[in-house]
Structure formats: C-alpha cells, structure tokens
Design a protein around this ligand. Structure first.
Ligand code: ZN
Length: 112
C-alpha cells in the first residue's frame, strides 16, 4: 500500500502545468499581487492566498514537513536510478520502498 505522501508525490510528478491550474484552491494566481481576501487565505498558515504556487512551494507551515518529504522522496528516486545505472545495486524494489545506502561503490563508481 502506498502512503498518502507517496501518492501526492506521484500525482505531482505526473501533472503538467495546465492540469495544475485546474486544481481547486481557495485562490487563483491571476495577475499582480494584491492583498489576499481573508476568504482566500491558506488553510494551513492563514497568511497568504491559497494558490497552487503557495501550496506547492511557499507555505511556511508545509515547508518543514511536506516539502522536506517531497525533496527526500525525489532524492531517493534519483539515488536509486543512479545506483541502478552504475550497477551499484540490482535491487528492483519500488521507489517508495528503496532506502539509499550512505555509500555505494564498485570498481567504476562511488555514490555517496
Ligand atoms: Zn500557507
């Protein structure tokens, strides 16, 4: 079973920018910055307009948790793909089960 943040990560990776515009938020990025209407404020931080840009990259409440999880999840995928390409691993486990080793090396490559 895939955890909620894995689903979110997967969904974000598969969406293009036009699909992202169709996600329902309280506010839309429509032109120059203005003072956010209090009805449009982010449900997490309550400080900025709840836009896709704010939710995916600028919310101070999400930064220490969700953005770090997203970053680490992507870093693990890149690590696994690099390790596979360099023949440092032959484990074909799904990305969400992969745990990177601190250092992997063979006669040609070292990944740390
Ligand atoms: Zn926020």
């Amino acid at each position: 079973m895939i955890g909620a943040h894995h689903w979110t990560l997967s969904a974000q990776m598969q969406m293009n920018s036009s699909q992202m515009k169709n996600i329902i938020t309280k506010s839309r990025d429509n032109g120059p910055k203005k003072q956010p209407d209090t009805k449009e404020l982010c449900r997490r931080c309550g400080k900025e307009s709840e836009t896709i840009q704010h939710i995916t990259a600028a919310c101070e409440q999400l930064a220490p948790t969700e953005y770090v999880k997203r970053h680490d999840g992507l870093a693990k995928i890149i690590h696994q793909k690099l390790a596979e390409a360099a023949k440092l691993i032959d484990d074909n486990s799904p990305y969400y089960k992969y745990t990177p080793a601190n250092v992997l090396k063979n006669e040609n490559f070292k990944l740390c």
